[in-house]
Design a protein around this ligand. Sequence first.
Ligand SMILES: [Zn+2]
Length: 324
Amino acid sequence: MSKSWVVLGVDIGGTTTKFGFVDMYGKCYNETSLPTRADEPAEFLVERLHQAAESQWDALDEEFQLVGIGIGAPNANFYKGTVENPPNLKWGVVNIVDLLRKFYDEEIPIKLTNDANAAALGEMQFGAAQGMKDFIVITLGTGLGSGIVVNGEMVYGHDGFAGEIGHTVAIRNGRACGCGRKGCLETYASASGIRRTVMELLAEKTEPSEMRSISFSEMNGKVIADAAKKGDPIAWEAFQKTGKTLGLALSDAINYTSPEAIIMIGGLAQAGDLLFKPTKEAMDANTLNIFKGKVKLLPSGLKNGNIAILGAAALIWHEILISE
Ligand SMILES: [Zn+2]
């Protein structure tokens, strides 16, 4: 295999679509982004993406060969190549792989998966899960996504949507979730979940807290983490509660696949020990005896800005490297 092979890795997000050319060692070339424009049809994005990718390709300093295109997107179906009713994009059901195929020859594989699965493949190929065959990646952003790898393979399930730990019920009849159910894990353990926890704590308690002067729309995971690190009691307790709920849910997840590690990534995971410590404590305290003390809880092993692009590219690299 030549070093000059690269994969075009694409991350389609609600506001921004990022892409770059990734070699087999996880080095990303000519990374850039374009607005997704969620109100426009997906065809327009795919056309603009193709044009932008062509001009970045022409601008590469070295000679490369394009060996595939990997795409991470919300609500993506690996089997069909479709994105199906993503909450932040007004696309309905659209086949992204077919749309992109118009611009690329048949011999260039194009694969699509959801962003959390892409992140898990990225960790396996280039990050904290290198050499592991069984692990779970939890992405803590606005929601909670998960990618489950068993025996070195991504678990897609019968229908292509497997790995929805974020929508397992953490608290029966709990908070209303965007999916229409109640008490889903992501309504507690995510950037928007911890924000709701802070609001509840502010209503329950009378302690002074800098959280009281921050509006709901300005409050995010980083603001809460910064306050907690400075000793704000409400912000600190919000992280304790979040970790407790998340750790209990993870101790359940361990029972299904016996992972070597659970890797927590995404915005809220940037809080570090503030979140990892209470999560690990609750996970270890509730883990079944046969698994106790055996499952690691790790941060991402990938460079931050690139996780989504590297993960999308890993979708192709994973298949090329296992077929070698
Ligand atoms: Zn839900």
